[in-house]
Design a protein around this ligand. Sequence first.
Ligand code: PLP
Length: 425
Amino acid sequence: MTPPRTTPPRTHETQPETQTETRPETQPETQTETRTALPPPRHAALATRAVHAGRDDLADLGLHAAPLDLSTTYPSRDSRGEAERLDAFGAGEVPPGPPVYARIGNPTVARFENALAELEGCEAAVAFASGMAALSACLLAAVGAGKPHVVAVRPLYGSTDHLLGCGLLGTEVTFAEPEKAAAALRPDTGLVMVESPANPLLTEVDLRALAEAVAPVPLLADNTFATPVLQQPARHGARLVLHSATKFLGGHGDVLGGVVACDEEHARVLRQVRFLTGAVLHPLAGYLLLRGLSTLPLRVHTASATAAVLAQRLAGHPAVSRVYYPGLSHGRSAGQMAGGGALVSFETVGDPHAAIGAVRLITPAVSLGSVDTLIEHPASISHHILDPQARAANGISDRLLRMSVGLEDVEDLWDDLDRALRAAA
Ligand SMILES: *Cc1c(COP(=O)(O)O)cnc(C)c1O
């Protein structure tokens, strides 16, 4: 067998546009006066930045590993100065100086935010307690700005679809095909929302075409499945890039978190929403997410290479009637993704539940993006919250299985899959 490629294709990392970083050179907690080490160059390859981003000041602090700060409050004897800084925090800014209170900001979480913003090619990032908390903040920001109408491109993550459909946060949704999104805009449209590749059929949407069609309404792209390793939606015109950090960014199945990478203007509003609603990311989660980012390129490229092999083999398996994988079942949008990703979906000829019951190495579980391979039945689990008509209209068949490929050896995974599929056929 050929081992999966672990080296990212350089061509995707040296695009001229990846070199035009707009991030501020100094971060609030950076002690510029005492700086002795120079930060790594901003134009370094993604694999390099994934290891160094958010850590520029560590050497000057006399540290190697990023510190974990669990403080809920911080000492301050200058109340007058603090009042001014609080006004700035209240406006969603990040003024220089020490933190004030854990719901306003935390240095460990800020490291993760700075690193993710850099990897997504955005000015800023704002972290939340979960992916759904991050999405809720984006929706509340739109409602707060008097633009509660959202145009959303299906298919979407099940809870996202449900949150938009039920209008709990005061939004009103119009679901539209990508080509019809522009026609669905209204004067009160605050957001256009899309996932690419989309859950669970891994359909790709041309992000640049969509962003241009709906401008000046901001496009919110959920980049959970692709990660910045395979695609950076902000470079294609998305103003807001959302992640369930619970998935690939954390990468080990032990952190719940969410994050939105965006321009500073949106970040200020999102920080205000976070401060007022309290949906903060726990510092330990921020610590683990920063640590997760350093191996993100390695994990995503390896899992993606294995997934591509498995998708190809599944397409020829007698117990499989259909395979969904970017670039395999449907054409990939030109140049948008640097690989097909770690998710493979397929329809079984036999009972999909029997196949799930028969896997031994692969874990039957919802979620994705972990070091180990997971498999689930979307109609019962991840997309159960949708009504059956919505599922059918979105092509989510009762025979569909969705697999999130991990870092196991490709032959071990294939043995397990092949055996389980034959047992179920
Ligand atoms: C998991 C997921 C979410 C929700 O994230 P949580 O961290 O579970 O709140 C949103 N979008 C996508 C694509 C997801 O996979």
